[in-house]
Design a protein around this ligand. Structure first.
Ligand SMILES: Cc1cc2nc3c(=O)[nH]c(=O)nc-3n(C[C@H](O)[C@H](O)[C@H](O)COP(=O)(O)OP(=O)(O)OC[C@H]3O[C@@H](n4cnc5c(N)ncnc54)[C@H](O)[C@@H]3O)c2cc1C
Ligand code: FES
Length: 250
């Protein structure tokens, strides 16, 4: 059953992203997610951006309904679920867009020495100041309004990947697939830990709606974080499935 929590604060992070803080802390591993019940609308998966918050991009019905809520309103939380990111000695993180949400608690926890952060434009760079205060930060913007003019995986191409024990990755799947391509090219796909966004219903491994090809791993239960050697050669970067199970290109 979802645990009812009350929203205490809504912080606007970018034009399309807001952080919803609530009045209860959840014990979690960075990268784990919760199922968020928006009363009367839907239940959707969201990474925890801290023990008591989610950071949400408005894309459709449920996220738009969340954006209409404010301090004092109630939502339901099930979880945390899934595996989360590993803990290694020296880590680099690559975050794109709202993919920075599960990366932030990993950086706050320590062990992430460098962050590569990408977004469409300067105003969409999520948690830029937080990352800057916690790690060595490089940014990339699609329109060149700040930092490197181009996509964030291009920044990774200039890094000495052998000096890191793990690369944590979350963002649009095309971006993550480009990162996996770079790691595979350097002969170390297993160093990458990718947090996948897939359509989910139950969140606990029962319904099968989040299974990924070719092995049928459940993103909610076996993931959402998978190492690159497991993802290489499968559906990752090529297609995902909608609510009816139909393939849709990434
Ligand atoms: C483990 C996990 C963690 C997530 N963490 C976050 C997070 O921290 N912050 C955040 O903003 N979002 C996160 N998401 C994505 C979030 O669950 C979806 O954006 C949300 O379910 C959309 O609901 P909606 O009703 O607003 O949109 P819908 O009306 O369902 O869809 C609107 C549009 O978004 C697309 N879409 C829907 N669901 C997904 C999805 N899972 N992945 C990619 N595209 C989708 C649809 O194809 C459609 O184009 C996470 C997803 C997973 C699986
Ligand atoms: S969402 Fe039901 S099995 Fe993953």
């Amino acid at each position: 059953m979802p645990v009812p929590v009350r929203i205490t604060r809504v912080a606007r992070e970018t034009p399309s992203v807001a952080t919803f803080e609530f009045d209860r802390e959840f014990s979690f591993v960075p990268g784990q997610f919760v199922m968020v019940w928006v009363p009367g609308v839907d239940e959707i998966p969201m990474a925890l951006s801290s023990a008591s918050s989610i950071t949400v991009q408005r894309v459709g019905d449920a996220t738009a309904a969340l954006f209409r809520l404010g301090p004092g309103d109630c939502i339901g939380i099930r979880g945390p679920f899934g595996n989360g990111f590993p803990e290694k000695k020296r880590m680099l993180a690559v975050a794109g867009g709202v993919g920075a949400a599960p990366i932030l608690p990993a950086v706050v926890a320590g062990g992430v020495d460098k962050v590569l952060l990408g977004a469409r434009s300067r105003g969409e760079l999520l948690f830029r100041e937080r990352f800057e205060s916690l790690a060595d930060l490089s940014v990339a913007t699609d329109d060149g309004s700040l930092g490197f003019h181009g996509f964030v995986p291009e920044l990774l191409a200039d890094e000495d990947i052998s000096s890191f024990h793990a690369i944590l990755v979350c963002g649009p799947e095309r971006m993550m697939a480009a990162v996996l391509g770079i790691l595979s090219g350097r002969g170390c796909p297993e160093k990458g830990y990718f947090s996948l966004h897939r359509y989910m219903k139950c969140g606990v491994g029962v319904c099968g709606s989040c299974c990924i090809d070719p092995g049928g791993l459940r993103v909610c239960r076996d993931g959402p974080v998978f190492s690159g050697d497991i993802l290489a050669g499968g559906e990752f970067g090529r297609y995902s499935r909608d609510a009816a199970g139909r393939r849709r290109p990434v």
